[in-house]
Design a protein around this ligand. Structure first.
Ligand SMILES: Nc1nc2c(ncn2[C@@H]2O[C@H](COP(=O)(O)OP(=O)(O)OP(=O)(O)O)[C@@H](O)[C@H]2O)c(=O)[nH]1
Ligand SMILES: [Mg+2]
Ligand SMILES: [Zn+2]
Length: 346
């Protein structure tokens, strides 16, 4: 293969991975012997760090645990079987021995680790965006594809509503209408002045919800607004790049006083979807499903193909042209990222 110059991103990833490997090499795994451990008990993973996980027992006590070797995929929200040690070893209190089967999971592809689960047993994905760093419908669509694939109900929120002028708010409402028209719930909110926060909190009282979205959109700030005692760390937006600074580094599950659980998650730099194929992406656009079967050709790519029912629906205004364009961008990015990935693993 011809030699290509590494992009800045690729160089950064290689360096980060190298540091991770060195860290793993340095770390000595604790060997828990059977006689050092108490009875098996049930628990739920409330935080996953690179080498450990915090597990909460039925009494609400949290213990830092090691993972048995085969359980490296443990994520926040996992129901696990674990055993408490009769003493702490290097600050660790026990060990996770098994994971109960997951009801569902959300995952993202990682350049080095393959498909990486992010969280498990989720009832609601709250896609958080904001005008600052930038409101991107493309990113919202990416998350929606993931929600549809995992069959988890999404809620689309635009945070930092306090920064919007009346005119801007009208514009954002117009963009959100695209999603309301196809059956998604949407809301403009503000962690700063509390706009619509009661409405949002009311929706969270059942099941487990997770905040997802780019770094800097205000996920942790929303956690602090809903649960002031938590005091989650909040970062600033970089003045030079205008981007968030990846402040939250591990997902964490909180219990809400009115019932329900809420997970804060780290912003993801590039939310790739190359673990999904074109067909799965197409299925992720729920409003396309009614027309897809009626294209003239079975292998219609919905671009310039004659007799494309999808394109006709866009022309007739029955399907949003923004969603249609994003769809094609997503399909195109799929092949680009796949070839990039091939390159980066060489
Ligand atoms: N004006 C305004 N600023 C907000 C609001 N919510 C959050 N911010 C600001 O946005 C910046 C980023 O907030 P965070 O809560 O750290 O964002 P995050 O989504 O948790 O970011 P990561 O942890 O990096 O993924 C901080 O400077 C917050 O003060 C809001 O409703 N209005
Ligand atoms: Mg955060
Ligand atoms: Zn078509």
């Amino acid at each position: 293969m011809a030699k290509r110059k590494l992009t800045q991103n690729q160089t950064r990833r290689i360096q980060a991975n190298n540091a991770k490997t060195l860290h793993r090499h340095k770390r000595k795994d604790i060997e828990w012997q059977d006689e050092m451990l108490g009875e098996s008990q049930e628990g739920i993973v409330v935080t996953r760090y690179s080498a450990h996980a915090d597990v909460e027992n039925a009494q609400g006590e949290v213990y830092r645990c090691n993972l048995r070797r085969a359980l490296s995929g443990v994520v926040v929200g996992d129901h696990v079987v674990w055993r408490k040690g009769n003493q702490q070893l290097q600050g660790v209190s026990g060990v996770i021995e098994a994971i109960h089967p997951r009801r569902n999971e959300i995952a993202r592809p990682d350049y080095y680790d393959g498909l990486k689960p992010i969280a498990a047993n989720i009832d609601r994905i709250i896609i958080v965006s904001a005008m600052l760093p930038a409101l991107s419908l493309n990113i919202i669509d990416r998350y929606l594809v993931v929600c549809e694939a995992a069959r988890i109900e999404p809620l689309i929120v635009v945070n930092k509503g306090d920064l919007l002028s009346q005119q801007q708010e009208k514009e954002v409402e117009g963009q959100l209408q695209i999603y309301r028209d196809i059956g998604y719930q949407t809301m403009i909110i503000s962690a700063q002045n509390g706009k619509n926060m009661e409405k949002l909190s009311a929706l969270l009282s059942e099941g487990t919800s997770i905040f997802v979205g780019q770094s800097g959109v205000g996920k942790s700030s929303l956690i602090n607004r809903i649960l002031p005692s938590v005091n989650a760390v909040v970062g600033s937006i970089s003045e030079t790049s205008g981007l968030g600074q990846h402040t939250t580094t591990s997902s964490r599950l909180y219990h809400l006083p009115q019932g329900g659980n809420l997970i804060d998650s780290p912003g993801i730099r590039e939310f790739g979807l190359w673990h999904l194929d074109a067909e799965q992406i197409t299925k992720g656009y729920r409003e396309f499903q009614y027309v897809l079967g009626t294209c003239k050709f079975r292998d219609c790519k919905h671009l310039n193909d004659p007799g494309c029912a999808l394109r006709d629906a866009v022309a007739a205004g029955r399907i949003s042209s923004v969603r249609y364009d994003n769809y094609h961008k997503l399909i195109a990015s799929l092949s680009e990222t796949k070839s990039q990935r091939h390159f980066s693993t060489l």
